[in-house]
Design a binder for this molecule. Structure first.
Ligand code: IFM
Length: 430
């Protein structure tokens, strides 16, 4: 692949990403319940103490610094902060504030996600996303989060991958809350857009100004049979719905999804218009879509089209789609942050190449005028990978899940070289 001859400017941020449930440990929430119900791929896997980031956070900040990172993405665990509806845990709030202050003192800019897939257990029983009461509930939580962010110059993410949550939790019923209903999915989507706008009002009221966005999982799509009109039609419908509907709603105030036979909506939410300062992109792979003549009409597969081998979790390694994704978000006219990109590479040997090929696309996009301002690698550490449990390893640092010892993988040197020299270096030349 051609490497554009350009460097990353000094203001470009290299950082790392994590989420509370996957690393902190000791959290009781809807996912912990899901695990106990035996609903993971490996029904006995438990997140439990995760990788004990809750107690080892200073060590982990130092590990991030050691690879040249200057930003650190965490999420706040709603279940810690509001363990019962309307009862906020001051000790948990204080603990998060202390962690954020220490992060800043380590020279790491906080990137703070308010909602990363998980909920307090009461949420789905009392004010689930498909009910309008979910909006004031999230607003009240966001108001308490806003107070944690004072004086930190944090980048704030309201929702991580809302379409993944909705697809998995509301359309397929595979993750909490385990609903499988197209109409409810669209109501939940609408309420999440409204909740983002409500959270923004609270953040602005408390902080005066905010850099707010969402972190959107964006896939490259291709027809499984390039010649088949229905596979091609699916690709034309899937990208606007999955990749862009949420971004579009937060830019224009118009929420539109058109997946005939699956889920559709068309609604105007005026308060959502112009409600982001940046576009957050999580990019991992490309999916091939095939029409099947029965609901839900779509078969979704990862294929190894170039003989690069699928990643260990089974996803196509497709850096080419990253450039196209970045070109596609240029339309929003906002700065772009790569809020996640990474590979499940259990042996650790492929990761430097993955980083190289994907960062090359970031440079290519910048050369085309896409204002990409930062890149956060997913993840600093191996961690608990949702339905897959403890199998996948996305970490720059390998974690021994018995002793919790963190050890650098070969990608640490590579990441540090790029982050500090601010140019692409060829893997294998270090
Ligand atoms: O681990 C997840 C993360 O929580 C959200 N984005 C994708 C990652 C890898 O699957």
């Amino acid at each position: 692949m051609r490497t554009p001859e350009e460097t990353f400017p000094t203001h470009f941020t290299f950082g790392v990403a994590t989420s509370a449930y996957q690393v902190e440990g000791g959290i009781e929430n809807d996912w912990a319940e899901w695990e106990r119900a035996g609903k993971l791929k490996e029904p006995h896997a438990r997140c439990g103490r995760a990788v004990d980031h809750w107690h080892r956070y200073e060590e982990d900040y130092a590990l991030a610094k050691a690879v040249g990172a200057t930003a650190f993405r965490i999420s706040l665990e709603w279940a810690r902060i509001e363990p019962e509806r309307g009862r906020f845990d001051e000790a948990a709030l204080e603990a998060y504030r202390e962690r954020l202050l220490k992060m800043k003192a380590h020279g790491l800019r906080p990137v703070v996600t308010l909602h990363h897939f998980t909920h307090p257990s009461w949420f789905h029983r009392e004010t689930p996303w498909h009910l309008p009461q979910s909006v004031p509930t999230f607003r009240r939580y966001a108001q308490r989060c806003a107070a944690l962010l004072e004086g930190l110059d944090a980048l704030v993410i309201s929702f991580n991958e809302p379409m993944v949550l909705l697809l998995g939790g509301y359309l397929q019923g595979a993750i909490p809350p385990g609903i499988a209903d197209g109409a409810l999915t669209m109501r939940a989507l609408e309420n999440m857009v409204r909740s983002h706008a409500a959270a923004r009002q609270e953040l602005l009221a408390k902080l005066g100004r905010v850099e707010l966005g969402i972190s959107q999982n964006m896939l490259a799509f291709a027809p499984d049979r390039w010649w088949h009109p229905l596979d091609r039609a699916l690709v034309r419908l899937a990208s606007p719905a999955y990749n862009h509907a949420f971004h579009e709603a937060l830019a224009t105030g118009h929420l539109r999804v058109n997946m005939p036979g699956v889920a559709s909506t068309r609604v105007t939410i005026p308060e959502a218009r112009d409600s982001v300062e940046f576009i957050g992109v999580n990019y991992y792979s490309r999916a091939h879509l095939r029409f099947v003549p029965r609901p839900p009409f779509i078969e979704f597969k990862y294929r190894d089209t170039r003989g690069r081998g699928l990643t260990d979790i089974g996803w196509e390694d497709w850096p080419e789609g990253f450039l196209q994704t970045l070109r596609d978000v240029k339309r929003y006219g906002r700065p772009v942050w790569i809020t996640e990109n990474g590979i499940d590479d259990r042996a650790g040997a492929r990761r430097p190449h993955y980083l190289h090929s994907h960062l090359a696309q970031v440079l290519a996009a910048r050369a085309e005028g896409v204002d990409v301002q930062g890149y956060l690698y997913w993840s600093l550490l191996d961690n608990f990978e949702w339905l897959e449990g403890w199998g996948p390893r996305f970490g720059l640092y390998h974690v021994d899940f018995d002793t919790l010892e963190r050890r650098p993988t070969p990608a640490c040197d590579y990441f540090r070289a790029v982050a500090t020299q601010r140019r692409l270096v060829a893997p294998g030349t270090l």
